[in-house]
Design a binder for this molecule. Structure first.
Ligand code: ZN
Length: 86
């Protein structure tokens, strides 16, 4: 009878999302999100981009860890130098 309405996080209103394969789209603001249900058969994302995303995530985490260690090292070095000079 009536389409199931859901709360849209982007336009903050109760809308009937339009089903587009494995994703749903807000008819008001165009906000799109993946449902995660029945993904695979109808919608086949390129594996390379998925792998690229996971690699990118690992690289970002690695860079953050390196930066954190670098910052700690610089901090220790700075403390050491200030102790030396005074
Ligand atoms: Zn919306």
């Amino acid at each position: 009878m009536s389409a199931p309405v859901a709360f849209c996080p982007q336009c903050h209103s109760e809308v009937a999302f339009i089903h587009e394969g494995s994703s749903r789209r807000c008819p008001i603001c165009g906000f799109t999100f993946q449902t995660g249900l029945g993904v695979g058969e109808r919608y086949s994302p390129p594996i390379s981009s998925d792998a690229f995303g996971s690699i990118l995530r690992i690289v970002v985490i690695f860079v953050l860890i390196v930066l954190a260690i670098g910052a700690m090292g610089l901090g220790l070095l700075y403390i050491g130098c200030s102790h030396m000079s005074f």
